[in-house]
Design a protein around this ligand. Structure first.
Ligand code: ADP
Ligand code: MG
Length: 347
């Protein structure tokens, strides 16, 4: 592993009271991995990152980088670099000088500086803009300068704390693809902090979903989406429907129908994704989870429709249905409908 946290805790003293920002995080990040820390504001992402970088000592626990315990090693002696949301570029320096700065400080030979800065600007697609100042560039370009400046030192790991937060949606999406490409090209471990689930799902090899100072799930994007480990993860990632009740005989009686929960008994909460549900006006066959309801709302969203369906007991279920070529809506507001899905799609 490139980066290891072992039961790391961070406590702050705030107005005379001890606040635990990070409550015991254990995780391993592989060499060359694109790894994301994902969670809502205040869950401890930045604090975790700052402990990896060495800006904050942990209150308890260990930080290892490339097999070495660095818990007490200062930031400048760690083989990692950090990129901030604010870019922190030198405004009076050209793009070239911003990127070359660290190498000059370390008295790198002129020829090598020239080669490495040139290479880096090519990777971030800024060749030809060497003489510009930061303020003459767009937000996305400034972010790429910041990235080049961090990468030119060839750290073994790069830490990025919400680096795209200041960009508008279109540019952010373009930069997500760019960042992933750059990471693949340089082959460096990236640790990426974001509160944006789409961003994490798009770019990451693996994601640690954090909530209230703890990691709730650590897995690949697909598994996090398809098999959320906790109700928090299910609610935070994508849209999901939660159905709760008392199960017996492997069934949950709900909304004038049944939800199949094989092997479960007693109080259960079941999650099902909107796109796994089929909406129909006739009762589906046996072997499926099936509930009845009334269409409360239909929203046309281009490639798919979103239905809000109210069940008899008051619960509301969201259903996404792909628009077929003939594009005829299968149900309208006020219709009585059946919703069904395969048992394997609820968990
Ligand atoms: P995130 O990056 O996920 O938004 P942070 O790691 O910044 O979360 O913060 C986690 C928690 O720790 C928050 O409740 C925050 O208020 C608290 N916290 C962070 N830094 C400090 C500090 N220097 N002093 C006191 N509390 C802090
Ligand atoms: Mg933060």
């Amino acid at each position: 592993n490139a980066i290891e946290l072992e039961d790391v805790v961070k406590e702050y003293l705030s107005h005379g009271e001890v606040v635990q920002a990070v409550k015991g995080v254990t995780l391993g990040i592989a060499e060359g991995e694109f790894f994301s820390l994902l969670g809502p504001s205040g869950c401890g992402k930045t604090t975790t990152m700052r402990m990896i970088a060495g800006f904050e000592p942990p209150s308890k626990g260990l930080v290892r980088l490339h097999g070495k315990d660095v818990t007490d090693v200062p930031p400048n002696k760690r083989d990692v670099n950090m990129v901030f949301q604010s870019y922190a570029l030198f405004p009076h320096m050209s793009v070239w000088d911003n990127v070359a700065f660290g190498l000059k400080q370390r008295k790198t030979p002129q020829e090598e500086i020239k080669r490495r800065v040139g290479e880096m600007l090519e990777i971030v697609d800024l060749t030809g803009r060497e003489k510009r100042r930061p303020r003459e560039m767009s937000g996305g370009q400034q972010q790429r300068v910041a990235l080049a400046r961090a990468l030119v030192n060839r750290p073994r790991a790069l830490l990025l704390d919400e680096p795209l937060g200041a960009l508008d949606l279109k540019l952010r999406q373009a930069m997500q693809i760019e960042l992933k490409r750059i990471q693949r090209e340089v082959g460096i471990t990236f640790v990426y902090v974001t509160h944006d689930q789409n961003e994490a799902l798009t770019m990451s090899d693996r994601i640690a979903v954090m909530n209230d100072g703890l990691v709730e799930q650590l897995a690949g994007p697909r598994e996090i989406y398809e098999r959320p480990a906790t109700a928090f993860v299910a609610g935070f990632i994508g849209t999901s429907n939660l159905l709760a009740g008392t199960a017996s005989g492997g069934e949950l009686k709900i909304g004038g129908g049944r939800v199949l929960v094989p092997g479960q008994d007693g109080d259960v909460t079941v999650t099902v994704r909107p796109e796994k549900i089929t909406i129909d006006t006739v009762e589906p066959g046996q072997g499926l989870s099936a509930v009845r309801g009334t269409v409360a709302e239909v929203v046309y969203l281009g490639t798919y429709n979103s239905y809000a369906v109210s069940l008899a007991d008051g619960a509301e279920i969201t259903v996404f249905q792909q628009n077929a070529l003939d594009a005829s809506a299968t149900a309208e507001r006020g219709d009585s409908v059946w919703l069904s899905w395969q048992a394997q799609h609820s968990y």
